[in-house]
Write a protein that binds this ligand. Structure first.
Ligand SMILES: [Zn+2]
Length: 472
């Protein structure tokens, strides 16, 4: 439901207003003050057109950081226009309605001591600016110009084609990304953010305009401001961003169900290195926020420092120099746990069987309340560490606003994580870390004979460096 519409219930995590709250902007709805366990005092509201705004006041800071996130990226690109999301991120900086001379917007903000940048990922395009607190309004103005008033002209498009082609130059499809793309039936997972050379030559003013009009709409945008905020700042944000109507035909994104296509698979990207990087990939179904949080806690337990962690099991068994880590990556509905280890080639075969048995043993041991608390404590430490930097704090906040939009907003991550139950962690672990849900990817050198003997009975067809080799 759109915030502000009749019948909208204020989410439970948005607690009552308190005295120190900034004044509510004229058209804002659901203004709320939250004491976030990581970010501290946080103020949230929606502009009259629905754009969510989060302010993280830091009165001691000399700067203000503004982050505008557009909920779009390479996952939204159509066949034949790969690279258009990142291309658009480049060209919007050059000319705008109020700064029609190429580069004059950049000069305007730089003259105020601002540092500014942007980035495009598979899911998001983010624009940020950090500037002295006294010039904060000019920062809002600059971001407004590039989000809503960029002039896309043929000279700018051609200039950036050259720049992006050189950025795209040495991209090579990574075998692991290819595997993930196959697992989830989602080809965009192995595409370069920059796009393909072929498609980059096809980008025009029109194709950029049509991508922009589909995705750069208020319903796809969120704002975060961190720093020394003047009392009138919420009103200024409304003035600069609240007046753009949310187009009723805003693009409805399709969420593909994560579906695993290959039940058990192993691939190799071999290039004669003395070491092997071994990855066990476990796709993780995310049907709800609870699933997402159980997976996150599971990942933290796997990666933990306690003697019950997966790392500790491996350390004890392998007894040689290695790195092992578990990470969970998340791309909208695609999520996976990646257990990685790096070993000398001669230990790779033993390493693979050891990792497999360590997974089995990890599943056999009971999960305890202590595991969970330790995991949540480590996450808090990590988030606090990041939040000390205003830009990182802004990105963290933005992730909470937009993460997994089809599931709704997760709210306060730490609170929700402490609600995860031991049973749900156990169930997630049994479901996700199952042999039938396991994919193996090896990058680097490999002792084939040892691998065959220890791990597989099948045959290995080896191809050239850079291509994936399948085992049957
Ligand atoms: Zn770029």
């Amino acid at each position: 439901m759109k915030i502000g519409s009749p019948g909208h219930a204020v989410p439970r995590e948005l607690v009552a207003l308190n005295e120190s709250a900034l004044p509510r902007p004229p058209s804002a709805t659901d203004f709320a003050v939250v004491d976030d366990p990581v970010l501290g005092h946080v103020e949230r509201f929606h502009l009259s057109n629905g754009i969510p705004v989060t302010i993280v006041p830091r009165s001691g800071s000399p700067t203000v950081t503004i982050l505008a996130t557009v909920n779009t990226g390479t996952l939204d690109e159509a066949e034949g226009s790969y690279g258009v999301a990142h291309y658009l991120e480049h060209v919007v900086h050059e000319k705008t309605a109020d700064f029609p001379d190429k580069g004059s917007l950049a000069e305007f903000v730089q003259a105020r001591g601002a540092s500014t940048n942007a980035c495009t990922s598979r899911e998001r395009t983010a624009y940020h600016i950090q500037l002295p607190a006294e010039s904060a309004e000019d920062g809002l103005y600059g971001v407004q110009q590039l989000l809503f008033h960029a002039l896309i002209t043929p000279d700018v498009v051609n200039l950036h084609r050259g720049i992006i082609l050189s950025e795209a130059g040495d991209y090579r499809v990574d075998g692991k990304q290819q595997l993930l793309a196959d697992i989830f039936g989602q080809p965009s997972l192995c595409r370069a953010i920059c796009g393909s050379n072929e498609d980059l030559h096809r980008v025009t003013v029109d194709s950029l305009e049509s991508f922009r009009s589909a995705y750069y709409t208020p319903s796809n945008i969120s704002l975060v401001v961190v720093g020394k905020i003047s009392p009138d700042f919420p009103t200024l944000i409304e003035r600069y961003f609240g007046g753009y109507p949310d187009t009723s035909n805003a693009h409805q994104r399709q969420f593909n169900e994560a579906k695993v296509q290959i039940p058990a698979d192993a691939r190799f990207d071999l290039w004669g290195s003395s070491h092997s990087r071994i990855s066990f990939i476990f796709p993780t179904p995310i049907g709800s926020i609870a699933d997402m949080h159980s997976s996150k806690v599971l990942q933290l337990i796997l990666h933990g420092d306690t003697d019950r962690s997966f790392n500790a099991i491996l350390r004890e068994r392998l007894g040689i120099a290695y790195n092992a880590s578990a990470t969970m990556e998340r791309l909208r509905s695609y999520s996976w746990i990646d257990l990685r280890t790096e070993l000398p080639v001669e230990a790779s075969g033993v390493g693979i069987s050891t990792v497999r048995s360590a997974v089995q043993d990890f599943l056999r041991r009971p999960f305890t309340e202590e595991d969970k608390l330790e995991a949540v404590k480590r996450l808090k430490f990590q988030l606090l560490h990041e939040a000390a930097d205003p830009l990182q704090a802004a990105f963290q906040t933005s992730a909470l606003q937009l993460t997994v939009p089809h599931l709704g907003r997760p709210g306060r991550l730490l609170d929700s994580l402490s609600n995860v139950t031991i049973d749900s962690i156990h169930n997630t672990a049994m479901q996700v870390l199952d042999d039938s849900n396991m994919f193996l990817f090896i990058n680097g050198g490999l002792d084939n004979a040892l691998l065959k003997k220890v791990y597989l009975n099948g045959t290995i067809e080896q191809e050239n460096r850079g291509s994936a080799t399948r085992l049957n």
